[in-house]
Design a protein around this ligand. Sequence first.
Ligand code: URA
Length: 241
Amino acid sequence: MMIRLDKYLADMGAGTRSEIKKTIRAGRAAVNGAVTKRPETRIDTEKDTVELDGRNVSYEAYEYFMLNKPSGTVSAVTDRRETTVVSLIRDRKRDDLFPVGRLDKDTEGLLLITNDGALAHRLLAPAKHVDKLYFARVRGAVTEEDKERFARGLDIGDEKPTLPADLTVCSSGEISEITLTIREGRFHQVKRMFQAVGKEVVYLKRLGMGPLMLDERLKPGEYRRLTEKEVEELCSLERKQ
Ligand code: URA
């Protein structure tokens, strides 16, 4: 990709465009070993090397992070009052990251954070029916009948019933533990599905989205970059659909 030097450095978080222009004009940036004072210098992000104050600045067009979202944070980029999921990603290069979809403030678990808009769009498109796997604790005994009702699709007060969902009961009692796979992403969907069968979700965690599974080593609030294999799997999911 060919981009201007000032955009290259801005994309990599070196400052605002106007700060960077001044930095470049002051002779602090070099391209392929030669100082250039022109912010408009064209850079080939695949081939050219760029230095700022003598330090190499490599270019990343896209970044992909897996966050174990902690309860109490909002699935947004910025918020005046609340801690956002994007603010938890400290060692990012890009300043255009966003969460792919939303988890409720009190929901934990897998959230993909990226600046790859095309991937996000396809993962979230309702017609794609990408699987989302959740673990939940539910007040009340979860029964075989609930399982069947989830499998048939439930009226949760929307225009259409939910698509068939796979409910697995891990333990049933005063507080039951379940896993659930849904193929849509409606507002508060898991909580509303349990409400529709007269039960209350008291804890909710997302474990998987399409081929991407939460790395169990990540504690709430921790994150890591996706591996190349994970990125490739997500991208090939797009192609298959
Ligand atoms: N369903 C919910 O009810 N809440 C979430 O955060 C995700 C799915």
